[in-house]
Design a protein around this ligand. Structure first.
Ligand code: B12
Ligand code: SF4
Length: 455
């Protein structure tokens, strides 16, 4: 059959990101013997609808798989929903290919499958890992037609040994504009932080992806595109530590001259692993710290202590790895004092950058959704695609002002919900000058942005 995979994401902040999931699902369909094309809307701008129409006319697909990555940008108080954009693409698909089966998938879809099916009027969807389930949907469609699949939400797993169909993507474009390509070495997270969607997205049992395959993809990108910077998208690269160690050792053995970044949890981090990561080319890490006051760490059910945060930071510095902390200010049990405590501790680690989300974006089925319901703030059944945030009662009235004060005094603290275009312009200039890797690695050296003319 003829399959068209559409990657809908157009977000360019903080960088455009390679649609790895869409490429993996495309590979699964190719592997099953189908003829696959991929339309990636990322760089299409306002021409996305016209270009999609042209792709459909050229490929006459039997099935369209629409990959939805982000629901919104999670950036309180100015959160932006991507739903209208998704609606416009579905409108084009339905008009240009009225008989094609329309299948939804991707992380946005997985978080609210029934809602997205209804809102977008698609035929069916695949929640979670898409590879095996998408192939099953294609088989069923071929045998029994659209009616047999209508409104179904399938789940499945990975396909062992399968690599993403990166040849269908504009990797040089992503490298030039996004400064990095990406790779995944494992899926799933066994921790249960109270707000987090990752266990729902990827499952709670950790599944390792082939290390050799991931490094082959890196090697190919070096050879074919002279790409030298990579982002390891694993939710917590350092768990399990043995897998992280093996990845680094293999990378060192291959002697590839590459730089990379990964998400780490301060839980259980060891200085030896950071040193090995540095030898393998790791130039920066993002710690999923969230808070650095004992009360908020406990309320978020983070599996580490303030001491772990301090040690993880000191060891990264010693290993020569730049580090950022991701924080959530205003979550459960947050008070003005705990915010001050978190800021004090995090600042004392002298991070290269700090990312602050304000409030906790509430997703159905999470611990924070249950708590919000218990506190009478919302009913889980009412959580829709439009973002809702949990903000602790003690800081509800002052959170935005407090955040602005923190930001004004600190050049390297980035608040997605408060930023205008100042960083975007600065970062675009950096990329245009050929700067690669995460742009936050430069934030400490960017005082003129924070204190300059701004927006
Ligand atoms: C790594 C990551 C980042 C990195 C990306 C770095 C890079 N170079 O790739 C950075 C830090 C830049 C980032 C930024 C953002 N991110 Co982010 N990110 C992730 C993370 C951890 C992994 C994404 C990934 O690559 N997964 C690996 C691929 C293989 O998995 P996948 O895309 O889910 O694909 C699988 C399935 O979904 C499915 N599938 C996918 N497409 C399709 C299509 C069909 C037809 C089918 C059947 C199946 C299917 O099959 C695939 C293979 O199994 C996810 C959380 C998570 N665990 O998923 C958040 C996540 C995707 N991010 C999210 C968000 C919100 C953002 C930001 C908007 C945050 C911000 N304000 O800055 C930005 C947007 C950036 C952009 N340009 O779009 C949200 C999106 C959901 C939501 N709340 O809206 C997530 C889910 C985290 C969360 N909060 O829950 N992110
Ligand atoms: S916040 Fe990180 S460690 Fe906690 S459940 Fe989510 S992915 Fe796992």
């Amino acid at each position: 059959m003829r399959i068209l995979i559409v990657s809908a994401n157009q977000e360019q902040k903080p960088d455009p990101v390679v649609p790895l999931g869409a490429a993996w699902v495309a590979a699964a369909a190719e592997h099953a013997g189908h003829h696959v094309r991929l339309f990636d809307a990322c760089f299409a701008g306002e021409r996305a609808q016209a270009l999609l129409q042209r792709n459909i006319d050229a490929s006459r697909p039997d099935v369209v798989g629409l990959s939805l990555r982000n629901i919104d940008d999670v950036a309180w108080p100015r959160a932006h929903s991507y739903l209208p954009h998704y609606r416009s693409l579905v409108g084009v698909i339905r008009k240009a290919a009225p008989d094609a089966l329309l299948v939804l998938g991707g992380s946005a879809f997985t978080l609210m499958p029934e809602l997205f099916l209804r809102e977008l009027g698609a035929d069916c969807g695949v929640a979670g890992e898409g590879e095996a389930a998408f192939v099953e949907v294609l088989d069923q469609f071929k045998r029994r037609g659209t009616a047999s699949l209508r409104n179904q939400i399938r789940r499945g797993g990975a396909i062992a040994g399968l690599r993403p169909a990166l040849h269908l993507l504009d990797l040089p474009g992503y490298y030039a504009r996004g400064g990095a390509l990406n790779v995944q070495t494992r899926r799933g997270c066994a921790f249960q932080c109270s707000y987090c969607t990752y266990p729902a997205l990827e499952g709670t049992n950790v599944r390792l992806q082939g290390i050799e395959g991931a490094i082959d993809d890196i090697e190919r990108a070096v050879r074919d595109h002279d790409a030298r910077h990579f982002f390891v998208v694993d939710n917590t690269f350092n768990h399990p530590a043995a897998h992280a160690t093996e990845f680094c050792e293999h990378l060192i053995r291959r002697e590839l001259d590459v730089r990379w970044t990964a998400y780490l949890s301060p839980a259980g981090i060891k200085p030896e692993l950071l040193q090995l990561m540095a030898r393998a080319g790791c130039s920066s890490v993002e710690y999923g710290t969230d808070a650095a006051a004992p009360a908020t760490l406990a309320a978020l059910r983070k599996p580490f202590t303030v001491t772990d945060v301090l040690l993880a930071s000191a060891w990264a510095r010693k290993a020569g790895i730049r580090f950022a902390h991701s924080l959530i200010l205003g979550g459960p049990d947050e008070t003005p004092e705990t915010i001050r405590e978190t800021v004090r501790v995090v600042e004392s680690t002298q991070p290269t950058a700090v990312f602050c989300m304000l409030g906790v974006r509430v997703y159905p089925g999470t611990g924070i959704a249950q708590r919000a319901e218990r506190e009478g703030l919302l009913r889980q059944a009412d959580i829709g695609i439009d973002p809702v945030f949990y903000i602790s009662e003690q800081v509800r009235d002052c959170l935005e002002d407090t955040a602005r004060e923190i930001r004004e005094a600190r050049a390297n603290w980035y608040f997605p919900g408060l930023e205008g275009e100042r960083w975007t312009r600065f970062w675009r200039r950096r990329r245009a000058h050929g700067v690669r890797g995460p742009l936050w690695e430069w934030m400490g050296e960017s005082r003129e942005v924070a204190h300059g003319t701004s927006n």
